[in-house]
Design a protein around this ligand. Structure first.
Ligand code: SF4
Length: 427
């Protein structure tokens, strides 16, 4: 009988921002099993099927194990030292030629501390003029409002689910995402625990999502009319008084006094008719949110729309008005092990000139909607050197076909990826 000696390695799954703790059992370099780590403080043993599939990635014959360099139509494996020196030489030559360099950063970069903290050095060394990422496609309203209200693009207040008695999720589906931006692995069991202590989950969404199916109440809202619903809720909350609880009152400036007159200018019946949510439901949500240990939270559904920033602002105001901002059981500002908020600057909100005209720029990024335009513009600002870090914009960004065609014309493209993808095939 053969005895197998395996070792257990405690790791973090970086496939999404839930960052679940995993126990990887290895026999040499062969993955025997991947399980959730029950001692992980955040994920508590939870993993989703993607984590168990990491073993397939590990053994995937198509996974790149060494750098590859394009030679004609073929890929040639090269060693790391050669890769570094050849890339550096070509970057410098293009810098000397005045070529514009840019970066495209894919989602995985945000799930990995090493990449998110170190890649900025590379960008500066390369002299990149322009960063594009998925952030500008789905979450910039969060960052914009956080910057305006809390003074830092990354100061995100998220529901304190383990102590909350009511969470209203607007346009979010954490059953599928495990709380993108919120970072709430094991969401299903956390909801069950909240329900077991008498709490309620309410989901506002035009679609009966996976999260709506486990909620205590589903509020179908007409698509892209969340602003009307949020205005109605805020109006009803403030109707009971706009005096902020101690601790919050000292933190707001004189502009708070302008909020109630502003929202009172809207007719509740018309707001209700616009969003398709009955007045009684709006009033009931407002009354329930006005209790203690409640939170309202909005994600992509209320960000990726015409009034995304307004929606995020209204959500913060509701939590502020109910007294549940920065309060246990309400929405709170997480204190992560590695405090990126404290380590990086506040970020900024500016405008940037692009081939599509003047666009807003948050966190120094150029909106990815302009990526294909910046690759194909015909002046000396055309991107000629491109680093793509764990991203596949040909598939996931707007104007994929134009991007696909434009990437073939770059002077230099360097892709950091485990596979040759629709995008990295142009490297
Ligand atoms: S939810 Fe799934 S993909 Fe995301 S970190 Fe956890 S195991 Fe990985």
């Amino acid at each position: 009988m053969t005895t197998i000696h395996t070792t257990i390695h405690r790791r973090t799954c970086h496939i999404c921002e839930a960052n679940c703790g995993v126990l990887v059992e290895l026999d040499g370099r062969r993955v025997v099993s991947i399980r959730g780590n029950p001692d992980h403080v955040l994920s508590r043993g939870h993993i989703c099927p993607k984590a168990t599939a990491i073993a397939d990635l590990q053994d995937d014959p198509d996974r790149l194990r060494r750098p590859v360099k394009r030679v004609g139509d073929a890929w040639q494996e090269i060693d790391w030292a050669t890769a570094y020196s050849e890339i550096a030489a070509r970057v410098v030559a293009l810098q000397n030629d005045g070529a514009r360099a840019a970066f495209y950063r894919g989602n995985p970069g945000a799930h990995d501390y090493a990449l998110s903290t170190q890649s900025g050095y590379l960008q500066r060394a390369v002299g990149a003029r322009g960063t594009f990422s998925a952030s500008t496609l789905d979450q910039i309203p969060h960052h914009y409002v956080q910057y305006r209200m809390y003074g830092h693009v990354s100061l995100a207040a998220v529901p304190d689910i383990d102590r909350s008695q009511l969470i209203v999720i607007v346009g979010g589906n954490p059953m599928a995402s495990n709380g993108s931006l919120w970072t709430v692995p094991d969401f299903r069991n956390r909801v069950k625990e909240m329900q077991a202590r008498g709490g309620r989950l309410v989901v506002v969404d035009p679609r009966r999502t996976e999260t709506a199916k486990v909620a205590d109440q589903w509020v179908p809202v007409r698509p892209a009319t969340d602003t009307a619903l949020l205005l109605g809720i805020l109006q009803c909350v403030l109707a009971e008084g706009d005096t902020l609880r101690p601790g919050l009152a000292e933190l707001v400036d004189a502009s708070w006094a302008r909020v109630k007159p502003l929202v009172d200018g809207f007719d509740l019946d018309r707001l209700s008719a616009h969003c398709g949510v009955p007045v009684d439901t709006i009033r009931a949500l407002a009354a329930e949110l006005s209790g203690e240990k409640t939170a309202i939270y909005g994600r992509m559904g209320v960000s990726v729309c015409e009034f995304g920033a307004l929606n995020q602002w209204l959500i913060q105001l509701i939590n502020l008005a109910t007294g549940n901002l920065d309060r246990e059981g309400g929405t709170m500002f997480p204190e992560p092990l590695l405090d990126l908020v404290g380590q990086v600057g506040r970020g900024g909100v500016k405008t940037v000139e692009t081939a599509r005209g003047t666009l807003p720029s948050v966190m120094g990024e150029i909106p990815t909607i302009a990526f294909a335009d910046e690759l194909t513009r015909e002046d000396d600002q055309r991107i000629r050197t491109l680093f793509v870090i764990a991203g596949n914009p040909v598939l996931s960004a707007p104007h994929g076909k134009r991007t696909d065609a434009a990437l073939a014309g770059l002077d230099l493209m360097v892709a950091m990826d485990m596979h040759v993808t629709e995008t990295s095939r142009h490297a």
